[in-house]
Design a protein around this ligand. Structure first.
Ligand code: RIB
Ligand code: CA
Length: 307
């Protein structure tokens, strides 16, 4: 069994990533920790609890930070729906999280499985940064931290240069990227280039016909409308699931190691993952950056997860 911890701002693409991890027979998800991002913390919590229940998984779900370390929270209901799950009327309420704060749970789970635990982050890095501030030594005890965040190359989705998870809490991202953790970054460029689903491709997944197959597609309703209208995509893309796929099977993506720094300015200087491809900064490379992905292998893993 491989030990995972998943930190998420649970909305429609996060939920698919949770399904993929929870349905892997050789992965033991020790904890799901929730952070504010796509939706307020309370909604993200309910969405994670609902998804875990749908997977018949007895994984504990914990509440974390309700806002970034220093900045006001900026959410993305316009992208994922008011409930974050496509506003299709799912009963996303009334479930109870486990007691304890996510930052403490992250520390406890890493320390209990030091050297044998993968941390997958699917939202803003507030919880992870808080845990690292409290106990910097955690960085050497996490086997691998696989981050959905930033952009390896090309354009961002919040500003021309910034991706949502990093942009929401740039200070947290800076703390994490400079922590010394073994970081793999799968940026939004990988998602929109390799894992976008048009109507036919979505129907192929939904046509598997199981409740999970219908769930992972139906909750993308708002994301589809937004992606086609605002991001000029042929349908919805799945940023968190391709990151989870890379955590489950690293060979699904190809990587190059670069120095990556995060900007903490405002306006266009906010939340940029600056990838030093030529080594001009002379700073030690600190991130394995995904540069491509195997779409067929991803789709096969997704189909297996919902079959
Ligand atoms: O930029 C895409 C990321 O922001 C995804 O993790 C999505 O769920 C949102 O959190
Ligand atoms: Ca997310």
């Amino acid at each position: 069994m491989r030990n995972f911890i998943i930190d998420t701002d649970t909305a429609s693409d996060d939920a698919v990533a949770l399904v993929m991890a929870l349905r892997q027979p050789d992965i033991d998800v020790k904890a799901i920790t929730v952070v504010a991002g796509n939706v307020p913390l309370s909604q993200g919590l309910q969405n994670a609890l609902y998804t875990a229940e749908l997977c018949c998984a007895s994984v504990p779900v914990y509440a974390g930070c309700a806002k970034p370390l220093l900045r006001d929270l900026e959410t993305a209901e316009i992208v994922h729906g008011d409930d974050g799950m496509g506003d299709i009327g799912l009963p996303l309420g009334g479930r109870q999280p486990a007691p304890g704060h996510a930052a403490d749970v992250l520390r406890q789970a890493v320390n209990a499985n030091a050297g044998d635990i993968t941390l997958v982050t699917l939202g803003p890095l507030t919880n992870v940064a808080l845990a690292l501030l409290r106990e910097p030594e955690l960085a050497s005890r996490v086997s691998r931290c696989v981050i959905m965040g930033g952009i390896g190359t090309g354009h961002g989705n919040v500003t021309p240069t910034a991706e949502f998870n990093i942009w929401v809490d740039p200070e947290a991202a800076k703390i994490v990227y400079e922590s010394g953790m073994d970081i793999t970054m799968v940026g939004w460029d990988i998602s929109w280039q390799f894992v976008t689903f048009d109507a036919d491709q979505a129907d192929e997944i939904r046509g598997i016909g199981t409740p999970l197959a219908e769930f992972v597609i139906d909750i993308q309703k708002t994301l589809t409308e937004f992606s086609m209208r605002e991001n000029a995509l042929a349908g919805f893309d799945l940023p968190d699931p391709i990151v989870m796929a890379a955590a489950i099977d690293p060979s699904i993506c190809q990587y190059e190691r670069f120095r990556v720094d995060v900007t903490t300015g405002d306006g266009l200087a906010r939340g940029i993952t600056v990838v030093d491809r030529l080594g001009v900064t002379g700073r030690e490379p600190n991130v394995d950056v995904a540069v491509s992905a195997d779409r067929a292998a991803f789709v096969e893993l997704l189909q297996r997860s919902v079959s």
